[in-house]
Design a binder for this molecule. Structure first.
Ligand code: SAM
Length: 262
């Protein structure tokens, strides 16, 4: 049932009411009966309710206190929902009971990247993360080496996760409809690579893509890496000195990081 809400654009409030879509989100999020689910942004509680029907426990954050009354009614009907009326970005994830949990959330788009990186900082707590995000951002997360969307976030996320777009959600599904379509993006940790210092790896990727039209060598030399060492590393990876960052696969970026690290 669609009700009237005082939608706050500044909080990224675009709500979902279609039960078929909400059930599809729970399925795409791999929700199982014994799971604990973390939701960021309960909104009207429509997804929270579906999650509570399909999982053992739902921990849900909502920053907008005007939704408190409505959401507390849900909490009465579903004792397996735990609401936190706080800013998720300030939350101490270590204090929540999240072992082997999953994230399933239609997140506020204005903080997509901070939310993802906050979750990454506690990745040992999560089996999977399904987020509904802007379509273009999802394409960047999932894009492969050599495509125009492939860049910093593609490499960083794919160094940790298998990334898959499970479905496109047209803007008309939201109330109010945003300007662009969205996509559900599933991130499943793969443990393929051992990265000792993730911050140093992230820094290398940021510097590698500093200027997309430049060669990798030029970008890294500008960032004070030693040119001879870069050329030697590229040679070992069978890349020419003229290679551009978007032509280097995630796996090879990990190898490059290992070759260049002091
Ligand atoms: N889950 C609901 C749905 O699917 O209809 C609402 C999704 S809406 C895109 C995002 C929700 O996140 C809004 O209700 C908004 O108030 C809330 N929100 C925004 N910033 C937040 C933050 N920093 N911490 C917690 N919730 C936040």
């Amino acid at each position: 049932m669609k009700e009237k809400f005082d939608y706050k654009k500044s909080l990224g409030q675009n709500f979902l009411f279609d039960k078929n879509l909400l059930n599809a989100i729970a399925r795409d999020g791999l929700v199982e009966k014994n799971d604990t689910i973390l939701e960021i942004g309960a909104g009207a509680g429509t997804l929270t309710e579906i999650l509570a029907q399909n999982a053992k426990k739902v921990i849900s954050f909502e920053i907008d206190k005007s939704l408190f009354e409505r959401l507390n009614l849900f909490a009465h009907n579903y004792p397996n929902i735990e609401f936190y009326f706080n800013d998720f970005m300030q939350a101490d994830i270590e204090k929540l009971h999240l072992e082997n949990a999953r994230v399933v959330a239609n997140i506020p788009y204005y903080i997509t990247t901070p939310i993802i990186f906050k979750l990454i900082a506690h990745i040992n707590k999560f089996k999977s993360i399904l987020v509904l995000i802007q379509k273009e951002v999802a394409y960047r997360f999932a894009s492969q080496c050599g495509t125009k969307e492939y860049g910093i976030t593609s490499v960083i996320l794919q160094s940790i996760f298998d990334v898959k777009i499970t479905r496109i959600v047209a803007k008309e599904n939201f109330t109010p409809p945003p300007k662009i379509d969205s996509a559900l993006c599933l991130l499943v940790p793969h443990n393929k690579y051992k990265i000792n210092d993730f911050n140093a790896f992230k820094e290398l990727i940021h510097k590698s893509f500093a200027m997309r039209r430049k060669t990798l060598v030029n970008n890294l030399v500008k960032a004070t890496y030693d040119k001879t060492e870069i050329l030697s590393a590229l040679n070992q990876l069978n890349y020419p000195a003229t290679i551009r960052p978007e032509q280097i696969s995630v796996e090879d970026f990990i190898k490059l990081y290992n070759l260049l690290k002091k």
